[in-house]
Design a binder for this molecule. Structure first.
Ligand SMILES: NC(=O)c1ccc[n+]([C@@H]2O[C@H](COP(=O)([O-])OP(=O)(O)OC[C@H]3O[C@@H](n4cnc5c(N)ncnc54)[C@H](O)[C@@H]3O)[C@@H](O)[C@H]2O)c1
Length: 337
């Protein structure tokens, strides 16, 4: 019998890709998606008729209404700029949603997978799951997000023990792909949109901070591999450690790729966004743990990832994109607005 699967936040950037992948893996999957469309609005018409789509806050979902084998919990405030307006309420939101996900898993006896964040590592470098976590002496929205995600992990591990459901936690590192929102603060769409429109590409600080970007399709497959192949009650990094770049290199690569004459400028993010904003350090995943349990390996290198995203923008400009979104609303770099 096909699995009954619930995806919370399933109409978001990662959620849509995850849902599509779940249906590709088994077209008979009994898929339910709940999403309150509080983030970027993406076109989900591809999923209509193939999944039960509930447009609602997941906290209103009656846990006794349906039974699930698997729950993927993705719903969350997201993005370095997306979370700014929720400052002071970010952690409460994240932990409330984790409690609800646990109630849903308890009612169904479902195995729960939670998308936490690499932000919980809180410091520079390459991160393995076994590393001690250090709370940086910083204040701002990003710290609240990071601590909210870490608290949610602990809430879920503790409730899983009490209520006897299985939980797995994924800590995604930087994700990239078509349909990612510039408005939420993600750097790759911000650079593409600036380069294409001739606006300056704004680098925060000196641009030497490093990121390693994982294409969203690789991320979605990694998340499914954790749920299906890896032992429960543990944390797994998912990302692509081979796609390291500095933000400065990334700006030059994207500008060249677009054949753009845009200026590359160095800006102080704290002047732009105020003290609620915190810029991140170097973030590189160590995925040894997941690869020891699973055959999953990220497939798309950085050049291919950027190529796919560039083609997407070209298609959009030509009006041929497969699933139009409201990203045109985001074409203006909010940093420069
Ligand atoms: N994008 C990244 O680089 C990244 C990195 C690390 C972790 N994550 C985590 O991955 C998950 C998905 O992120 P994303 O990038 O797809 O963001 P997204 O904003 O595109 O998706 C999140 C979805 O959750 C929905 N949502 C939020 N609150 C809700 C609620 N109360 N009820 C129902 N739906 C709700 C939003 O409408 C949105 O569609 C999040 O948990 C995020 O913290 C993302």
């Amino acid at each position: 019998m096909s699995r009954r699967i619930l995806v919370t936040g399933g109409l978001g950037f990662i959620g849509l890709q995850l849902c599509k992948q779940l249906l590709i893996n088994d077209s008979h999957t009994d898929l339910t998606i709940i999403d309150n469309l509080s983030s970027t609005r993406l076109n989900y018409s591809e999923l209509e008729g193939r999944a039960r789509i509930l447009i609602a806050d997941m906290r209103t979902f009656d846990e006794h209404e349906s039974r699930f084998d698997d729950i993927y919990h993705l719903a969350s405030p997201v993005g370095s700029l997306g979370i700014l307006e929720k400052n002071g309420y970010i952690a409460t939101d994240i932990t409330d949603l984790a409690n609800k996900a646990a109630a849903l898993a308890t009612a169904s006896g479902a195995q729960l997978l939670y998308l936490s964040s690499s932000e919980v590592y809180g410091r520079d470098g390459q991160h393995a799951e076994s590393k001690e976590l250090i709370v940086p002496a910083k204040r701002g929205a990003r710290m609240e997000y990071s601590l909210g995600k870490l608290t949610a992990e602990h809430i879920l591990f503790n409730l899983a023990m009490e209520e006897r459901f299985n939980v797995r936690v994924v800590r995604p590192f930087n994700v990239a792909g078509q349909w990612q929102s510039a408005q939420l603060g993600f750097v790759i769409p911000k650079f593409f949109e600036a380069a294409i429109s001739g606006a300056p590409l704004s680098i925060y600080g000196n641009g030497k901070q490093r990121r390693s970007f994982c294409h969203v399709s690789d991320l979605a497959n990694g998340v499914i591999a954790v749920q299906n192949d890896a032992p429960a009650d543990q944390v797994y990094n998912v990302g692509n450690p081979n796609n390291v770049t500095t933000i400065e290199q990334l700006a030059h690569t994207i500008r060249d790729q677009c054949g753009s004459n845009s200026l590359i400028q160095y800006v102080d993010p704290y002047k732009l966004h105020g003290s609620r904003f915190i810029e991140a350090f170097d973030k590189i995943p160590d995925i040894t743990k997941l690869t020891s349990y699973s055959d999953w390996r990220p497939q798309l290198n950085l050049a291919k990832t950027l190529h796919v995203i560039h083609s997407f923008y070209t298609e959009q400009q030509l009006g041929n994109a497969a699933s139009p979104t409201n990203t045109t609303k985001h074409m203006k770099d909010p940093v420069l607005a």
